[in-house]
Design a binder for this molecule. Structure first.
Ligand SMILES: Cc1ncc(COP(=O)(O)O)c(C=O)c1O
Length: 395
């Protein structure tokens, strides 16, 4: 069969290939990007499902509006207000996961050959999705405080990109959090250079001790002109359940209208049933207690992972301690003949029945082959200690 040429630039994800090996019996996996299913509030979701089907099942089982189920748009508007962002229900659309919001941005904004700046490293599915639309992707370097704003500004001046895609809070895979000062500067740069910034924020609620700085969206009210150049993607996947496939897109009206039109041709609308479940769930006052447990559990796992990595791997590895989210981003040092190539190390680790993801696929270009991502979200503390000890055996 002759497939569309747009697929020519896309490779099957190296991560997917690795996942095939994860079925090995007894393997401890730090490779996934999934939240821990044991922490899903299944009882609350069951209660909401029963309620929406009992009360008035017609509308939730019927086709619905492309923009989203109105009670949920209102509930998301309130949820965002709680996080310091002003957005009217009409200022957002509900999407089928935030992944669809990213796809709609790609579809709406990117023509073949357009330049797009992303963090190096960034979320692999975004790289793949934007490439599908023909984007020429340029990576901007990051450190523990997120993207390097001086270099980002220089890249924007040089390339005049169609958009800049950032995960400012507890990035995937970087675990990094953009500092408040950098957030403000990025908004100023966006307004001055008239560059669209796409803020992807699925992890912001998963902080360990203290909340992260306000989102770019929340800060945009204080930076004149920046809101006109800002899109924000949110999601219930990491705070409630990814299986519901409910996310949202907040964007300037013209962009939102075009994204809505494209969504119409794509899936018509996000499942009304799961949207109604989310809307009802938010009225139950169960989200905060559930999130409190998730934050505490992930914080403990991250603490144990950091301690185990230091104890077991010593100078073989360097990493920044994340303050939230689900990931450690680490770099092999190659010290004293120890490994420096994460893909080779990953193979040896699988032989020792422990898995992680090598970092290279998270770079749009010029990958750092020594990097790797470790998720602490799904393994309990005992497994984390055991898994990291196995990593040490693979050195
Ligand atoms: C940075 C980032 N953006 C978006 C998504 C997509 O999430 P969803 O479509 O489930 O909302 C993920 C999922 O892992 C992610 O890590």
């Amino acid at each position: 069969m002759q497939f569309a040429t747009r697929l020519d630039a896309i490779e099957t994800s190296a991560i997917r290939e690795l996942f095939k090996l994860l079925g090995k019996p007894g393997i401890i996996s730090f490779a996934g990007g999934f939240p821990d299913p044991a922490l899903f509030d299944a009882e609350g979701i069951a209660q909401s499902s029963a309620a929406v089907l009992a009360n008035n099942p017609g509308p939730v089982l019927q086709y619905g509006a492309t923009e989203g189920f109105q009670p949920l748009r209102e509930a998301i508007s309130q949820f965002m207000a709680g996080k310091g962002s002003t957005v009217k229900p009409e200022g957002l659309i509900v999407t089928t996961g935030s992944q669809q919001a990213l796809d709609l941005i790609g579809k709406t904004m990117i023509s073949p050959g357009d330049k797009v700046i992303v963090e190096a490293p960034t979320f692999l599915a975004t790289i793949q999705c934007f490439r599908l639309y023909g984007a020429h992707i340029i990576g901007a370097p990051i450190d523990a405080d997120g993207v390097d704003v001086d270099q980002l500004e220089a890249l924007i001046e040089e390339h005049q990109p169609k958009l800049v895609y950032l995960i400012p809070t507890f990035g995937n895979p970087s675990g990094a959090t953009l500092s408040l000062a950098r957030r403000k500067r990025i908004l100023e740069i966006a307004a001055r250079t008239k560059t669209l910034i796409v803020e992807d924020d699925p992890y912001g609620e998963l902080y360990f001790d203290t909340p992260p700085p306000p989102s770019l969206l929340a800060l945009s009210d204080g930076v004149p002109g920046s809101r006109d150049w800002l899109a924000h993607c949110g999601s219930f996947s990491k705070i409630l359940s990814p299986g519901l496939r409910v996310g949202w897109l907040i964007a300037p009206p013209e962009l939102l209208a075009r994204a809505t039109m494209c969504k119409q041709f794509s899936d018509a609308h996000t499942s009304n049933l799961t949207q109604a479940i989310c809307a009802h769930y938010l009225t139950l006052n169960r989200l905060n207690p559930t999130l409190a447990v998730v934050r505490k559990t992930y914080a403990e796992r991250a603490r144990v992972m950091a301690e185990s990595l230091r104890r077991e791997l010593g100078d073989a590895i360097e990493f920044n301690q994340p303050k939230g989210g689900m990931f450690f981003w680490a770099q092999l040092t190659g010290a004293q003949g120890k490994p420096s190539n994460a893909a080779e190390f990953a193979k040896r680790a699988i032989d020792q029945l422990v898995a992680f993801v090598p970092g290279a696929p998270f770079y749009a270009h010029d990958p750092d082959l020594a990097t790797l991502r470790l998720s602490f979200a799904t393994a309990d503390v005992a497994k984390i200690e055991k898994g990291v000890a196995r990593l040490a055996r693979a050195l």
